[in-house]
Design a protein around this ligand. Structure first.
Ligand code: PMV
Length: 325
């Protein structure tokens, strides 16, 4: 009745941006990500007959707010699968995801929670099944079941039974790295949930975004297979720019970019002009992630740290999928 699991966060190279069903989290498009080794969540779930409700500790502090509700709602789903509707759990999570770096801890958080809870209840799930359940906690989390490169297949069924992630290439396939660039100034954030909804509902660019995904996916998978850094970087960067363009077309319009976000993007372009291959990608926030190869690590780190408004640069390699401790 007790299990511990560890899951890493991931960065999307082809973005998940838009839901076709909000209640069970079904996306409008496939997405593809790289799991990162630097950032993870470790979670222990213990189901106890004497508990009257779930108890959730995050970094040794009890949580009772909205985060608690999201966790118990998700555990209800897992209890449903196990036919144990009134069996509650004590949950201890440790987050090694620096929130300042602009990574959503929900990806590693829900992947670790799903893995630990289903293991504690002895539900013998395949990775597909685990990914499908995880998706309903947080969409991007379904990709964190796998290490290396993973693709989340949107599926076509209304019940979501065919919407889960599949492995594309393991972490040892390619030593590609990611620098997370931390910015000093914070902006009021439009959550990914709200941002997606507003974009789907109002942006005239949304249809073109969705239509552009299949060819981006084909090309990036070829690039990953061939370990073609320029190809993968170019597609990831362009895909990110298209996603962010949809937000400018929304009503009311919005952007996740800050002035320093744009400075980092320009520095990455200048690095390329000086013969250092590097490409950026940006999620639903102002921070930038830079893709690079190991031989350029020092140059990349130095150039990014020198940008005014940048407070830290955190380097990461490809990471592994869910593990049980
Ligand atoms: O799964 P969520 O709700 O955290 O949404 C993630 C959305 C992006 O980070 C912007 C893109 C992605 O595919 O991770």
């Amino acid at each position: 009745m007790k299990a511990t699991a560890k899951a890493h966060t991931n960065i999307a190279l082809i973005k998940y941006w838009g839901k076709r069903d909000e209640s069970i989290i079904l996306p409008t498009n496939n997405s593809l990500s790289l799991t990162l080794d630097g950032f993870y969540t470790q979670t222990t779930v213990e189901f106890k007959a004497e508990l009257k409700e779930d108890v959730f500790y995050l970094d040794n502090t009890i949580v009772t707010d909205g985060q608690y509700n999201r966790v118990t709602k998700f555990l209800d789903l897992i209890r449903g699968y196990a036919q144990k509707h009134t069996l509650f759990a004590e949950i201890h999570s440790i987050n090694k995801v620096p929130t300042a770096a602009g990574f959503a801890s929900s990806a590693s958080g829900f992947a670790a929670l799903a893995a630990a809870a289903t293991k504690a209840l002895d539900l013998k799930l395949s990775e597909h099944e685990l990914s499908r359940i995880t998706r309903q906690g947080s969409g991007s989390a379904c990709r964190s079941i796998y290490g290396g490169f993973a693709e989340w297949e949107k599926g076509i069924k209304e019940d979501g039974s065919d919407s889960y992630a599949i492995p594309i290439a393991p972490k040892d396939h390619w030593d590609i790295r990611v620098a997370a660039v931390v910015l000093s100034s914070k902006m009021k954030k439009v959550s990914s949930r709200e941002g997606m909804k507003r974009t789907v509902d109002t942006s005239p660019f949304f249809k073109s975004w969705v239509d552009s995904i299949p060819s981006d996916l084909d090309a990036i998978k070829q690039g990953i297979n061939d370990r073609n850094f320029e190809m993968v970087g170019k597609i990831a960067e362009a895909n990110c720019l298209k996603m962010h363009a949809t937000t400018l077309g929304a009503t009311p319009p919005f952007t996740y970019w800050h002035d320093t976000t744009v400075s980092v993007m320009q520095t990455v372009k200048q690095l390329r002009e000086h013969g250092v291959p590097a490409y950026f990608t940006i999620d639903a926030g102002p921070n930038v992630k830079v893709l690079y190869l190991p031989e350029n690590e020092e140059k990349i780190k130095k150039a990014l740290r020198e940008i005014p408004g940048v407070t830290d640069v955190i380097l990461s390699r490809a990471g592994q999928g869910v593990t049980y401790l």
